[in-house]
Design a protein around this ligand. Structure first.
Ligand SMILES: Cc1ncc(COP(=O)(O)O)c(C=O)c1O
Length: 393
């Protein structure tokens, strides 16, 4: 490993088109893709060097089910970041977090075949798919949206949640920081979630994949709220978003309640594959050596956020969040000239975003990924302006 301090150049443009990248091949070649949640940056040097060395050995055998070094790195990180002490046993390795929340749903269904889960919308689209994947009913509870000037704000509507919860509700899916609104829930909000979960006897499935990409406020892992929260929490974490390794695919469920963890591991048996050896190595290297890269990335992403939010705030009628976390920006074109299909109009102008409708909302929303070199953001602003210009009567 090199021991000099490298200055990373996040402005560097890297051609990803010939690399099986979903982001760069889903749309036609002349479209700038700013949709799926990976970043267009190289990972930390130590990760590249470590994975290269591993590749060059040329033996790609099965990995260890419980790699000690990695488990220790997870324990150390949670302790250091949040003062959260977890045991080795409480860490369950996963091939992906999407797998992780589908397994949790399976646990609930094994307990009660009529079980349902509650989740907030707009939501990360795979939250909806649990229903079609394994037949567990999902109850989508819209976040409360408020608008001040051109700014969108979201919070949890507990009254509505009380109206929608049923006797068969078994899981409350929490996404914190929330994708796509970029909210970081406060301790007060999390305490209210805890009270709700206790009242209705719910497992809280807390997807905290974006936790380390926070710009304002403090990330509080749900399970650290109290001893009772810890007992009913399944927390999903990963190195993938933070260190830009999502294609390696892997993550962790932290389940401190031993009985719940046994059910969870039982539900995985036989059909959930192990975390693969590259994901293991990548996460280990990221947790051990990635902090310098991350310390340099964060100001770059904050400057990206400030740039894109400032530029897009100049557009009349466009409403947007100012994300407290994540490299994702949620935009509402409802009061602009883009008519009723902003996603299509922007695509026609050459900008590929996520269509808001996949997040379970009606209206004219899109999600833009600003985890990219600044030149892409500058181009995106121009393309948005072009689309609006072209749509004028
Ligand atoms: C909230 C959330 N959970 C999970 C994932 C995906 O996790 P994985 O790739 O480990 O399945 C994403 C990816 O964007 C996400 O935003």
């Amino acid at each position: 490993m090199s021991n000099f301090k490298k200055i990373y150049d996040f402005d560097e443009v890297i051609n990803r088109r010939n690399n099986n990248s979903d982001k760069w091949t889903a749309y036609p070649k002349d479209v700038l893709p700013m949709w799926i949640a990976d970043m267009d940056f190289q990972a930390a040097d130590e990760i590249i060097e470590g994975l290269t060395a591993m590749s060059q050995k040329g033996v790609y055998g099965y990995g260890k089910a419980r790699p000690d070094r990695l488990l220790e790195a997870v324990i150390y990180r949670l302790q250091r970041l949040y003062g959260w002490t977890v045991s080795k046993e409480s860490i369950v390795l996963l091939p992906s977090l999407v797998t992780g929340f589908n397994v949790a749903a399976n646990v609930a269904l094994r307990r009660n075949s009529n079980a349902n889960y509650l989740f907030s919308t707009p939501a990360y689209p795979p939250f909806f798919a649990i229903e079609s994947n394994i037949g567990m009913k999902g109850i989508a509870v819209p976040l409360r949206e408020t608008v001040e000037g051109n700014r969108l704000y979201y919070d949890i509507d507990f009254e509505l949640m009380e109206e929608m919860v049923t006797a068969d509700s078994a899981i409350l899916m929490l996404c914190n920081p929330q994708n796509p609104s970029g909210r970081i829930f406060t301790r007060e909000e999390l305490k209210a979630i805890e009270a709700f979960a206790l009242k209705h006897d719910l497992i809280v499935l807390s997807d905290e994949i974006h936790a380390e990409l926070n710009w304002e406020g403090e990330h509080i892992p749900y399970a650290t709220l109290s001893d009772s929260a810890k007992e009913h929490a399944i927390t999903l974490i990963s190195a993938s978003k933070t260190f830009n390794l999502p294609g390696l695919s892997g993550g962790f469920a932290i389940i401190e309640n031993a009985a719940l963890r046994a059910e969870y591991e039982k539900a995985m048996m036989g059909f959930v594959p192990r975390m693969n050896v590259y994901a293991i190595k990548g996460a280990e290297l990221a947790f051990d050596y990635g902090d310098e890269w991350l310390a340099q990335l964060k100001p770059y992403l904050i400057a990206n956020r400030d740039y894109i939010v400032t530029e897009l705030s100049k557009i009349e009628g466009l409403k947007l969040v100012n994300p407290e976390a994540t490299f994702l920006l949620w935009l509402d074109f409802g009061d602009t000239s883009l008519g009723n299909n902003a996603h299509k109009a922007l695509l026609n102008a050459g900008l590929g975003l996520n269509d808001g409708r996949a997040f379970g909302v009606t209206g004219n929303y899109v999600r833009l990924n600003f985890g990219a070199p600044r030149v892409y953001l500058e181009k995106a602003v121009k393309l948005i302006e072009l689309a609006l210009e072209e749509a004028k009567p």
